[in-house]
Ligand binder design. Structure first.
Ligand SMILES: [Zn+2]
Length: 484
C-alpha cells in the first residue's frame, strides 16, 4: 500500500512533471514566437536599444540590467528622437510590458535580441584642406540629417563652418552608432563640444586656463638682429615683435651695427604645465649705435595695448623707419663696411634697400595709393599719399599688391621687392617727398609721438614700473653671470 501509494504518487508526480514539461515546451514556442515578433517590430521601428524596451519588468534579468547600465545615452536618444517614430514607439513598448511580466524564469536566456559590446565609440579626425563638414560626417558613417541636426545649433554651426586644416574633430557615437557628440579643438586650450540633449544638440566651449610666466632674453648683435635673436633662443615671431616695437625709431636693415644689444622681458604660456607658446613682450631695450631705446607694454583702461617709452610717450609714430620686412634680409650689414647711404642720397634722392626678390614691402604709414603702375625706369612702382603733404614711393617691385585709390595701413604689405625697371640687382628704392621736395626719411623731422592720455598716466606708471625694473634686474643678473 505504502509502496503503491508511493508508486501512484510517483506516477502522479511523473505525469504532473510531463504535463509541466509539455506546457513549458508549448510556452517555449510561444516565447520564441513572441520574442521574434518583438525583434521584428523593434527592428522595423528602428529601436536604439532592444534591452531597454523589454527590460522594464521586475523580473528583468541581470544581463539586461547590465547592458542598461552601460547604455544610458541610447535611452535618452530613444525618448527624444525628434521625429514621428517617438510617438508611435511609446505605446508599443507599453503594450509589451504585461507580456514580459508573464514570462517565466527561463526567459532570462530567451531574448535572442542583438546585443553588442556596450560602449561609446570615439573617432578623432584631423581636418585636411578641402574637407567639408558633410564630407567628414559621411566618411564616419553619419548622415546628412546628422549634419543638419548638429548645425541647427547656431553656435555649433558658426564654429564648424570654419574648419581649419590641421585641427582635430572628434565624433562620439553610442553603441548603436548614433551620433551623440562632436568635439572640435579650436585652439590649444579651447574646445567646442556639441552634445545631444533632450531638445537637439547643445554647444559649449570648454576652456582650460593658461598660465603665463615671465621670461627674459638678451643678445649682442654680430650679423643681424635675426641671427642674434635666434642665438638668444627667440622664435621668429618674437624677433618680429621686438623689431615692430622699435620699428619707428630704428631701421633694422640699415641702422643696425655690430655690438648693438637687446634685452626683453616677455610672456611664456603654459597649459597644464606644458609650454605652449610665447605671449607678448612686456618690456624691451635696444641699444643702437650707443643710443638706448626702451619700451614697455601698457594695456589701458579700455583694454587697448600699446608700447610706450618709460616716460609714457607712444612708441608708435606716423612712419616706419624701414618700409620692408628685415627678416628676409639674412645679413644686412658687413661690420667694417662704410655706410654709403648718405653719400648716395644726394645722387639719386632715395634710399636703396638691398633685399632678396620677394621680400615684403610695407606701407611706411597710413595713406592712400595714388599710383600703382609700371614704366621702364621705375619698373613696377607704388606711390602712397599720407597726411601733411607727404608722399612715399616704392620702386623696382616684382609684384604690386594694391591698386590706385586703395587705402593702406601702416605696415601693410603693398608689394614685393624685385629688380624691374632700371635696377641691376633686386632692391627697394624708397623715396620720401614732403610738399613736392625729396627729403631724407632718415633725418627728416616728423611730428612727435603723442604722450599717453593724462587720465591713464597714474595707471601707466603703476603697471610700467615693475616691468621696467624687472627688465633691468634681469639684465644685471645676466651681465654678472657673463662677467664671471
Ligand atoms: Zn635707388
Amino acid at each position: 500500500m505504502i509502496r503503491q501509494d508511493y508508486k501512484s504518487k510517483r506516477s502522479k508526480q511523473v505525469a504532473q512533471a510531463s504535463d509541466w514539461l509539455h506546457s513549458i515546451k508549448l510556452r517555449w514556442l510561444e516565447i520564441i514566437g513572441v520574442a521574434f515578433a518583438i525583434y521584428l517590430i523593434s527592428f522595423a521601428l528602428d529601436f536604439d536599444d532592444d534591452s531597454t524596451s523589454i527590460s522594464p519588468t521586475s523580473e528583468a534579468s541581470s544581463s539586461t540590467t547590465d547592458s542598461q547600465a552601460e547604455t544610458p545615452p541610447s535611452r535618452t536618444e530613444f525618448k527624444l528622437q525628434p521625429d514621428t517614430t517617438v510617438s508611435s514607439s511609446k505605446p508599443v513598448s507599453q503594450k509589451r510590458l504585461p507580456l514580459t511580466l508573464n514570462w517565466p524564469q527561463p526567459l532570462e536566456v530567451a531574448p535572442e535580441l542583438p546585443t553588442e559590446p556596450h560602449s561609446n565609440r570615439s573617432v578623432e579626425v584631423t581636418i585636411k584642406s578641402g574637407d567639408t563638414l558633410s564630407g567628414l560626417f559621411s566618411r564616419q558613417g553619419f548622415s546628412a540629417q546628422d549634419v543638419y541636426r548638429v548645425t541647427q545649433n547656431k553656435k555649433a554651426a558658426d564654429y564648424l563652418k570654419k574648419l581649419r586644416p590641421g585641427k582635430v574633430i572628434t565624433f562620439v557615437s553610442d553603441p548603436e552608432g548614433k551620433l551623440i557628440e562632436v568635439n572640435y579643438q579650436l585652439s590649444k586650450n579651447e574646445k567646442l563640444i556639441v552634445s545631444k540633449e533632450a531638445d537637439g544638440f547643445d554647444a559649449q566651449i570648454e576652456t582650460k586656463p593658461i598660465e603665463t610666466r615671465h621670461a627674459f632674453a638678451s643678445g649682442v648683435i654680430k650679423g643681424s638682429l635675426f641671427t642674434a635673436g635666434k642665438e638668444a633662443g627667440l622664435s621668429d615671431n618674437l624677433i618680429m615683435k621686438l623689431a615692430n616695437i622699435f620699428g619707428w625709431d630704428i631701421d633694422f636693415v640699415l641702422d643696425i651695427r655690430a655690438k648693438d644689444t637687446f634685452a626683453i622681458l616677455y610672456e611664456k604660456k603654459y597649459l597644464e604645465g606644458e609650454f605652449i607658446g610665447n605671449g607678448n613682450i612686456l618690456a624691451a631695450q635696444f641699444v643702437n649705435q650707443g643710443e638706448v631705446f626702451e619700451a614697455v607694454r601698457y594695456t589701458d583702461s579700455k583694454g587697448r595695448s600699446n608700447y610706450y617709452t618709460p616716460k609714457g610717450k607712444s612708441m608708435r609714430k606716423a612712419f616706419l623707419r624701414a618700409p620692408l620686412n628685415f627678416m628676409y634680409i639674412s645679413s644686412n650689414f658687413k661690420p667694417r663696411r662704410f655706410h654709403p647711404i648718405l653719400k648716395r642720397w644726394k645722387a639719386h634722392r632715395g634710399i636703396d634697400y638691398r633685399a632678396p626678390t620677394g621680400t615684403p614691402v610695407f606701407a611706411a604709414g597710413d595713406g592712400k595709393v595714388i599710383a600703382s603702375s609700371y614704366n621702364k625706369y621705375n619698373g613696377k612702382y607704388i606711390f602712397v599719399q599720407h597726411g601733411n603733404g607727404i608722399v612715399t614711393k616704392y620702386l623696382h617691385l616684382s609684384k604690386r599688391s594694391v591698386s590706385r585709390g586703395k587705402r593702406v595701413k601702416q605696415g601693410q604689405t603693398i608689394g614685393l621687392v624685385g629688380a624691374t625697371g632700371l635696377a641691376e640687382a633686386p632692391h627697394l628704392h624708397y623715396e620720401f617727398v614732403v610738399n613736392g621736395v625729396h627729403r631724407n626719411p632718415r633725418t627728416v623731422k616728423l611730428p612727435q609721438a603723442a604722450p599717453i592720455n593724462s587720465k591713464e598716466k597714474a595707471r601707466f606708471d603703476l603697471q610700467a614700473a615693475p616691468l621696467l625694473n624687472g627688465l633691468q634686474l634681469q639684465q644685471r643678473i645676466y651681465s654678472d653671470v657673463g662677467a664671471n
